[in-house]
Design a protein around this ligand. Structure first.
Ligand code: GDP
Length: 480
């Protein structure tokens, strides 16, 4: 099923431009009258804060979406822990500081659990929780931002008191400012004999950060990650800043958030750490992240404990993903497994198309868009048929389909099954294989999968011609 951007906008009571903007974030360039599939519509709606209910099992676009603007009713909003990223110049002590806080504040569980490195951890200070992202540095920070994830509430800028402001310190300041994230400065290594916190503060003023004690509004906390001093003050300041920013979320809505770490574990399959932003993830929920989908099989927190639920700002390791999504990818809870699978499949298909594009390979479906982009001027084909006569007939008719913009170019023709060497040739030439009354053998099929070569099989000549014609004019229906 599908509906137009305009339909969706009307149904949601928002401007079409808003929808188009969201689609752009998803990498889809759409116009107002463009049809988008239901799965995409669901993602767009959820991202815009609507709750989507699937009304019918059958994916009928008219009946499918029950869109309920989700303003997160004030009474459902609860304050949530701040999410903290540690930034700063190399060797200024980012990792040491994260470790020191973890060591001091995260106690392993009673049940003999051991703390797990899952990409983030949570500490409790004065009965309040704080989530720390475990990968320091602004590379991770910007990589996430580039994917549209704005997960950090507070940035801790670590500056070594003996070294002062350095190029990466300045970069970090700029990144945090660009993201609109409040900065707390941790002046580290104050245990060192040549530590000079005043010089650090002086240098920071040159970059627009004026310390509170100097009349500005930048909080500076002297710490020593080595001697574990100043940590409580730092945590206190984080809570203070968080309180001023009134961080709230609605734990009762469907979950969404960001993948912060992922890996393929030999025994457990894809192991994916997510940071919940809003809503609550529960065991048994259905999630989509990029082209991966998930029925949450189990969740493990940073203390190695199995948990049944993870609410706002909680980092948790999720088991049950179909594949490994990238860090920085957004995840959404969807109401049904079927929808989760379909969204994931659509995205896999899109990813495959992009890979094809990147590798110079081509599938019949994307011929037209690439003609329009001007990246394709020739359509290279390989024709295999059961008998020589059909091969000849096919080739002649295909060649007649050449237009002013695109020339049908015959790379190879032959009689017999489609073989691995046909596929390899197609891969080299960026060609599509047309088979008439023949099939690929096992090796050819494997090679085609590996090399992303499009093989089209026909029993009727004019159907092949129709498809190629349609591809050249942009009318080919996708076949997935
Ligand atoms: P990162 O690159 O910013 O993550 O820095 P690291 O945490 O790896 O620290 C770099 C070096 O500085 C290591 O040798 C640490 O032992 C040392 N270091 C970190 N914090 C302190 C501190 O508070 N005092 C002293 N004297 N050394 C520190």
């Amino acid at each position: 099923g599908s509906l137009t951007v305009k339909d969706l906008a009307e149904r949601m009571g928002v401007k079409s431009a808003e929808i188009i903007k969201q689609l752009m974030f998803l990498g889809i360039m759409a116009t107002i009258n463009q049809e988008i599939d239901v799965e995409t519509a669901v993602v767009v709606a959820e991202e815009m804060g609507f709750r989507v209910e699937i009304k019918e099992r059958e994916l009928d676009p008219e009946e499918l979406l029950e869109l309920e603007p989700e303003e997160d009713e004030p009474e459902k909003l609860q304050s949530r822990p701040p999410v903290v990223t540690v930034l700063g110049h190399v060797d200024h002590g980012k990792t040491s500081l994260l470790d020191a806080i973890r060591d001091a504040k995260v106690t392993a569980t009673e049940a003999g659990g051991i703390t797990q490195h899952i990409g983030a951890y949570q500490v409790k200070y004065q009965q309040k929780r704080i989530t720390f992202l475990d990968t320091p540095g602004h590379e991770a920070f910007t990589a996430m931002r580039a994917r549209g994830a704005r997960i950090t509430d507070v940035a801790i800028l670590v500056v070594a008191a003996d070294d002062g402001v350095k190029p990466q310190t300045v970069e970090a300041i700029n990144h945090a400012k660009a993201a609109g994230v409040p900065i707390i400065v941790a002046i580290n290594k104050i245990d060192k004999p040549d530590a000079n916190p005043d010089r650090v503060k002086q240098q920071l003023t040159e970059h627009g950060l004026v310390a509170e004690e100097w009349g500005g509004d930048t909080i500076c906390v002297p710490v020593s990650a080595l001697q574990k001093t100043g940590l409580d003050e730092l945590l206190e300041m984080i809570l203070l800043v968080a309180e001023m920013n009134e961080l709230k979320a609605n734990p009762f809505r469907s979950a969404r958030g960001t993948v912060i770490e992922s890996q393929l574990d030999k025994g457990r399959g894809p192991v994916v750490t997510v940071l919940v932003e809003n809503g609550t993830v529960e065991v048994g929920d259905f999630l989509v992240a990029g082209s991966a989908f998930c029925r949450v099989r189990a969740m493990i927190d940073h203390k190695g404990r199995r948990v049944k639920k993870a609410g706002p700002s909680a980092p948790v390791e999720v088991l049950g993903f179909s594949e490994v999504p990238q860090a920085g990818e957004r995840f959404y809870e969807v109401p049904e497994e079927k929808v989760a699978r379909q969204i994931a499949l659509k995205r896999q298909e899109r990813k495959r198309q992009q890979e094809l594009k990147a590798s110079g390979r081509i599938s019949l479906e994307d011929v037209f868009s690439r003609i329009q982009e001007g990246t394709v001027k020739e359509l290279p084909l390989i024709v295999k048929a059961d008998v020589q006569g059909s091969a000849e007939a096919m080739v002649q008719s295909l060649q007649r389909l050449s237009t002013e913009e695109v020339k049908v170019q015959l790379i190879h023709q032959g009689v017999g099954a489609i073989t691995e060497s046909d596929v390899n040739l197609a891969a080299l030439a960026g060609a599509i294989i047309i088979g008439f009354n023949v099939r690929p053998d096992v090796n050819a099929r494997k090679a085609a999968e590996r090399e992303l070569v499009d093989i089209r099989l026909y029993q009727v000549i004019y159907e092949a011609l129709d498809d190629v014609k349609a591809a050249l004019s942009g009318l080919l229906e996708p076949t997935y």
